[in-house]
Write a protein that binds this ligand. Structure first.
Ligand SMILES: CC(C)(COP(=O)(O)OP(=O)(O)OC[C@H]1O[C@@H](n2cnc3c(N)ncnc32)[C@H](O)[C@@H]1OP(=O)(O)O)[C@@H](O)C(=O)NCCC(=O)NCCS
Length: 144
């Protein structure tokens, strides 16, 4: 609905997951019973770390993505010496914005005409969470 239209084969997705590099890593979102329901990714450009996520439609609006983002943020701040994590959403993607806010991200501003979606250039909203705002793990209690 809200992202640029990209066509990507199953094989390409499998390759990204298998050969994930520090610059682009994808993780599967699983339920406790091991059902695979989505993907959460991190991309790095120099010191900039950005996350993105996707859930299968039947598992949306059940709180799973909020939980996945909180766990991912815990994992990234615990395992890396980073000061900031960011995410960008189409300004119309209210679900994604709510996920980020519930996971402690702060709205930083509008990135104008950042993506082409459904026939037009769309403004996006840039969110971030700083290490000092995160303070401590919310879900992941283990020391990595
Ligand atoms: C956006 C997306 C990741 C949200 O995941 P989710 O698991 O459904 O989100 P949650 O259940 O954790 O919901 C968090 C909050 O957002 C709300 N919400 C979820 N989807 C919403 C929607 N489409 N419109 C408005 N609010 C929405 C939920 O009701 C919840 O609010 P509440 O706690 O006040 O009830 C999911 O819809 C998705 O995969 N969309 C397609 C891919 C995508 O847009 N990825 C993000 C790209 S930036």
């Amino acid at each position: 609905m809200y992202n640029p239209l990209v066509q990507i084969s199953k094989e390409m997705v499998q390759r990204i997951i298998k050969e994930s590099s520090p610059d682009l890593q994808a993780f599967i979102i699983e339920k406790k019973n091991k059902t695979r329901i989505g993907v959460i990714v991190k991309a790095r450009l120099y010191e900039l770390l950005e996350i993105g996520y996707f859930l299968i439609p039947s598992e949306r609006k059940k709180g799973f993505c909020t939980e996945a983002v909180k766990i991912f943020v815990d994992f990234l701040f615990l395992s890396k010496q980073i000061v900031r994590i960011q995410a960008v959403t189409n300004e119309k993607n209210l679900g994604s914005q709510k996920v980020l806010e519930k996971a402690g991200f702060i709205k930083e501003g509008i990135v104008r005409k950042m993506m082409f979606n459904r026939g037009d250039w769309r403004d996006c909203i840039l969110f971030s969470i700083l290490r000092e705002e995160w303070k401590e793990p919310k879900i992941l209690k283990i020391q990595l």
